[in-house]
Design a protein around this ligand. Structure first.
Ligand code: NAD
Ligand code: MG
Length: 398
């Protein structure tokens, strides 16, 4: 095997999070020779500074401006530049990295991801919210600039690996698998009484708080259905979700001739990150290997629509089009944060999202608009946040 054609100049947006740390860990374990252009974080100054001293980026950026003084202090004498604020995160995302890990959580990831796309970088996309809010325009931007979007979300990485684009029209169905989250076997009553601690306890993965709650409501799978629809140009009715608690099969592609191709791996985010890093090559590293004998039986079931209404909310938002997916995402971000602050109950989360969408629908959010898609996603996001906060306030007993 000849030398791999790996990217050299890389940036990691959201380096202090679960995916960001897995990315840097993969670089360490694979002993790859990378030059880090930028590392960015939201608030965790101490971890960002520690990573910067280890990886020597040209610049370290903290979104929270209150953290800048401490970041400067911690990096004093290192020669590493520092900056703060959302605009600085976006600007460094457009710096000259060939490969950008997009691992900021939520709508906040959209502007930096788009900036990296405009700069023509290969984007390893973990930040699914940016695709949900502005998928077609993000993909178009990356393509026009000569870059690419390679999915990191394990389900989409799986499909990306087994879907041959040359015969995409022969695909009859995409099947996304889901762990079922911490409430797979819970009753609705148990879910109604769930605390943030209980909802955060994901069975197989340690992830950021927001995606952990999304996994518990299955809004994560709803976001992923929309992500898959945009990434693979697939209509909502040809995307199915199956609960597969062992999380060994990460997703499947069914072809018209009756063949179904699956991608398997241990429940670990580093293999999909490695795939996005080396694509179209394969990175050799001491990866945890799958042992099918000890993995035990692989089981599958349909998700329970009564317990997980978020799935059908997401499919409706996708079918409605226009700004509906962006509004859904914004309402979900606000509802998750209200739940984590113990202001609303667990089952209120999908209710807040559904009610926000209903109210926004009356004001025409699903109408397609001719203006700049990203600007319109931004406005829809802001408006949906206001509406969702209002719905939350009405739910909270005075
Ligand atoms: P996390 O909360 O652990 O990390 C988020 C990162 O973004 C941190 O570095 C944080 O400092 C930074 N950040 C937060 N708010 C910010 C803001 N306003 N501006 C700039 N930076 C900000 O989250 P995570 O679990 O690593 O997930 C990151 C993204 O990847 C999410 O979109 C998630 O859906 C997706 N994803 C995660 C996993 C997983 O296993 N963790 C799997 C698939 C997809
Ligand atoms: Mg996923």
């Amino acid at each position: 095997m000849g030398p791999l054609n790996l990217p050299r100049k890389v940036s990691v947006l959201g380096s202090t999070g679960s995916i960001g740390m897995s990315t840097l860990d993969l670089f360490t374990q694979a002993k790859v020779d990378v030059e880090v252009v930028a590392l960015t974080a939201g608030r965790n100054v101490a971890r960002l500074a520690e990573q910067a001293l280890r990886w020597r980026p040209q610049i370290a950026v903290i979104e929270d401006e209150d953290g800048l003084a401490e970041l400067r202090e911690r990096l004093k004498g290192s020669g590493i530049r520092t900056a703060a604020g959302a605009a600085a995160v976006r600007d460094v995302a457009a710096a000259d990295a060939q490969w950008v890990m997009s691992a900021i959580v939520g709508f906040a990831g959209l502007a930096p991801t788009l900036a990296a796309a405009r700069a023509g970088a290969v984007i390893a996309l973990a930040n699914k919210e940016s695709l949900v809010c502005a998928g077609p325009s993000l993909l178009r931007t990356a393509k026009l600039a000569g870059g690419a979007v390679v999915p990191v979300d394990s389900e989409h990485s799986a499909i990306f690996q087994v879907l041959d684009p040359a015969i995409a029209e022969s695909v009859s169905r995409l099947i996304l698998t889901s762990s079922g989250g911490p409430f797979r076997n819970a009753t609705r009553d148990e879910m109604a009484a769930a605390t943030p601690e209980r909802a955060l306890a994901h069975p197989n993965f340690s992830m950021g708080a927001k995606i952990s709650i999304d996994s518990a409501t299955m809004m994560n799978k709803g976001l992923e259905v929309i992500e898959a629809a945009y990434l693979f140009s697939m209509p909502p009715e040809r995307i199915e979700v199956l609960v597969h608690p062992q999380q060994i099969i990460h997703s499947l592609v069914e072809y018209a001739d009756g063949s179904t191709l699956a991608q398997l791996g241990p429940p670990d985010m580093r293999p999909p990150i490695a795939c996005a890093f080396a694509w179209p090559d394969r990175l050799a590293w001491p990866a945890p290997k799958l042992d099918l004998v000890t993995a035990g039986p692989l089981t599958f079931q349909h998700p329970d629509p009564q317990k997980f209404p978020a799935l059908s909310i997401a499919k409706h938002a996708l079918a409605a089009g226009g700004g509906a997916p962006a509004a859904m995402n914004a309402a979900n971000e606000r509802a998750v944060s209200a739940f984590l602050d113990r202001r609303i109950g667990f089952l209120d989360i999908p209710n807040v999202v559904a009610e926000t969408l209903e109210r926004m629908d009356r004001s025409g959010v699903t109408r397609p608009n001719a203006e700049d898609a990203v600007e319109s996603a931004r406005r829809t996001d802001a408006e949906a946040r206001r509406v969702a906060d209002d719905v939350v306030t009405r739910l909270v007993p005075a």
